[in-house]
Design a protein around this ligand. Structure first.
Ligand code: SAM
Length: 263
């Protein structure tokens, strides 16, 4: 899982210009992702934008719900395939290793833009909450979900997750070291707080439509499948300690008593 950036010819043999280019590429991919993700939050909440989960033009396609499910499947396939070790080995013959994660981030951003742009609104109401207390409570949960998600990225390694740490190490001539197992803050109470944040944000809405339901159910299904794949990889990578963590801690719902590794 490490790659050497300290050979005699310079980090991975790359020139200073090449390393600077990789760094700028990584930063650009990160900013592009972040802006798109903010857009996705507003899209999901149906806030301010002309095209949201519940509005915008229909494209000329039969069964709009199938178009939406296809978009979510595309998102899932891109995420799952590009995260596999075999794919990474093949892919890094084309893309320099230090920029591999940034390229993943860039590809994810492009697919997310496709989801937003081609999403088919299905505005038939499923539930509508108008009483002030639950109405604002659901909006608060919506905000809480995204906040938990963002905060969780900093509880493992935000900068590694989005490829910045990799291009920075490359730029400064340091060898890459993978992020170690972490169980701090929310991760001391549950295994997947980031995914819990997603689940809360997708389902907490005072106005659930058929289109929003397809979004919430589709992405929730992907999250469950993605969790299983991720855990399989993490057990192989982190070993016995992660197995103990899985055996003791719940996946998505917090356990009050924090995790203690007594081994
Ligand atoms: C999108 S994040 C989701 C993390 C976690 N599944 C969650 O929902 O909070 C996926 C990355 O987090 C890393 N990761 C997950 N759990 C971790 C832990 N306890 N310590 C360190 N890294 C972890 C994985 O290696 C993976 O690259």
């Amino acid at each position: 899982m490490t790659y050497d950036t300290t050979d005699a010819a310079g980090p991975t043999g790359a020139s200073r210009g090449g390393r600077l280019f990789a760094l700028l590429y990584g930063v650009a991919a990160y900013l592009f992702f972040f802006a798109t993700f903010l857009w996705f939050i507003f899209f999901t909440g149906g806030i301010l934008l002309p095209k949201t989960v519940d509005s915008g033009a229909l494209i000329d396609a039969p069964l709009p719900a199938l178009v939406n499910l296809g978009l979510i499947a595309l998102f899932g396939l891109q995420h799952s395939i590009m995260a596999r070790q075999g794919f990474k080995r093949a892919w890094t013959r084309v893309v320099p290793k230090p920029a591999e994660r940034s390229t993943y981030v860039l590809a994810s951003t492009l697919v997310l833009i496709l989801v937003i742009a081609l999403w088919q609104p299905l505005p038939t109401p499923v539930w509508t909450v108008t009483a002030p207390l639950p109405y604002w409570g659901l909006w608060a949960l919506f905000g809480l979900g995204w906040a938990v998600l963002l905060a969780s990225t900093f509880m493992t390694d935000h900068f590694d997750l989005f490829g910045l740490r990799q291009v920075w190490f490359h730029y400064t001539g340091r060898s890459y070291t993978p992020v170690q197992f972490r169980a701090r803050w929310l991760y001391r109470h549950m295994r997947h707080p980031l995914y819990t944040g997603f689940l809360i944000a997708f389902w907490a809405t005072p106005e659930m439509t058929v289109g929003h339901l397809v979004l919430a159910a589709g992405f929730s299904t992907y999250i469950v499948i993605g969790t299983l794949c991720e855990e399989r990889d993490l057990k192989a990578f982190f070993g016995e300690r992660y197995r103990r963590y899985c055996a003791a801690m719940p996946r998505y719902l917090p356990r009050l008593r924090p995790w203690r590794d007594d081994a």
